[in-house]
Design a protein around this ligand. Structure first.
Ligand SMILES: *Cc1c(COP(=O)(O)O)cnc(C)c1O
Length: 432
């Protein structure tokens, strides 16, 4: 489907048809997996044009591959963005996004309620590379303003923070970013574009871990970044876009390209500099799995959301539960903001505290039968985790507190099973 056509269709239709065309050579209707490392140049002029970005085409599968192209076109349409680039993991999408925009001496401003791996990247790895993170509090928008300095290059938030499930007030945060001439980078993994098209609320760059709901079956690791095509990088403070790039023919990405490419300067630099030279590419086999997953994203998300709401309400009534967080609960601290943004459902994650703290939490996890105890979310199967002893165990107690992880917190990713079976498993695991 051509991008202009895509605007005619509803999201569910785009999930099945977006980015997809019958294969141009074989007419295969379903997407083909192009298992090849490299592509033949027609002649030397063709080769030179491809390398000079004068013509788009396939060169080498580290840079791009027709199966990955299809996935990228599909996600661009689902997110309502201008261009997407797929990579080996959500984590690689985040890291490559940061270093496409920021370099040693720069700073970023990020909400502190992040996925554990992202927190570690921003807290410990980026500073080693000379990029400092200044933390903001998702509950206090003025903290974003206060954290911005002359060195800031971007603002970063998750749509629903992992693991405490606070919903970001995207419009307000985008407003703060844009009034300072900065892009807003949003990790939309917990909502997926089905629940929230963040670009419509001001996101300039959207990151998704494909590993989670977009893939949806726990079968592959992958990530994707979508450039909204709206941010103007020509302010001299974006030195990686305005000074000659020694990584690419001395090109000034925000200044030297024709208008239609300047628009996607971020996506182009992301592909041409970190993806090409650091190599975190996604295999076409995994791209194919994600295309398959995306076709049923609307159906699955609707079920994840309705099951999760029932689980949250069930836990709230349960005598062995001390507290529950789910943005869909009417008395949840995030509900007012959630209602503004999440009109189709409140996501598939529920977190709660078991009465009796850490020991009771561990006992509950060990008694689960249908739920799998593992470190993933967004699978068709229901999953459970105790973050304080696993995904967030790297962090100090203080950092755990800032990330919203309490010792009794249990994180559930609610799957697609029959709700009665899900509730029965929770009930037997909570029983004394
Ligand atoms: C899983 C996850 C990531 C990292 O993605 P991977 O594909 O596992 O590298 C980043 N952000 C969020 C919110 C996630 O849930």
């Amino acid at each position: 489907m051509a991008p202009a056509e895509a605007q005619k269709y509803y999201f569910d239709t785009l999930a099945v048809h977006g980015g997809q065309q019958p294969d141009p050579t074989t007419l295969s209707r379903a997407p083909a997996v192009y298992r090849t490392s490299s592509f033949v140049f027609k002649n030397t002029e063709h080769a030179a044009n491809l390398f000079a970005l004068k013509e788009f085409g396939n060169i080498y599968s580290r840079l791009g591959n027709p199966t990955n192209d299809m996935l990228e076109a599909m996600v661009s349409e689902l997110e309502g963005g201008a261009a997407s680039v797929s990579v080996a993991s959500g984590t690689a999408a985040i890291f490559n996004t940061i270093i496409t925009i920021a370099r040693a001496g720069d700073e970023i401003v990020s909400a502190s309620n992040l996925y554990g791996g992202t927190y570690t990247m921003f807290d410990a790895i980026l500073p080693d590379l000379g990029i400092q993170t200044r933390w903001a509090d998702i509950h206090d928008l003025s903290s974003f303003k206060k954290a911005i300095t002359e060195k800031t290059k971007l603002l970063y938030v998750e749509t629903i923070g992992n693991p405490s499930l606070d919903v970001a007030d995207l419009k307000e945060i985008a407003g703060i970013a844009h009034s300072h001439g900065l892009p807003l980078v949003v990790d939309g993994t917990f909502t997926s574009p089905y629940l929230l098209r963040t670009i419509e609320h001001g996101a300039d760059i959207v990151i998704n871990s494909l590993t989670k709901w977009m893939g949806g079956h726990g079968t592959a690791i992958g990530g994707i970044v979508t450039d909204a095509g709206t941010f103007d990088w020509s302010d001299p403070k974006f030195t990686l876009f305005t000074q000659p790039d020694k990584n690419y023919h001395g090109l000034r990405w925000a200044l030297d390209l024709p208008a239609e490419l300047k628009k996607i300067a971020f996506a182009l630099r992301f592909r041409t500099v970190p993806l090409r030279n650091l190599g975190a590419c996604l295999s076409p086999d995994n791209a194919w799995l994600f295309i398959q997953g995306l076709e049923t994203l609307p159906l699955r998300m609707a079920r994840h959301c309705s099951n999760a709401l029932e689980v949250a309400e069930f836990l709230q009534r349960h005598k062995s539960v001390s507290w529950v967080r789910y943005p869909g609960l009417k008395d949840d601290p995030s509900h007012e903001i959630a209602k503004k943004y999440l009109t189709k459902g409140y996501g598939g994650m529920v977190v709660f505290g078991v009465k009796g703290g850490k020991t009771a939490g561990e006992r509950f996890i060990n008694k689960l039968q249908l739920f799998s105890h593992l470190a993933n979310v967004g699978d068709a199967k229901s999953l459970a985790l105790h973050p304080a002893s696993t995904s967030h165990s790297q962090l100090s107690e203080e950092q755990q507190q800032a990330a919203g992880v309490t010792p009794d917190l249990v994180r559930l990713s609610i799957g697609l099973e029959n709700i009665k079976d899900i509730l029965a498993d929770l009930d037997q695991a909570l029983a004394d």
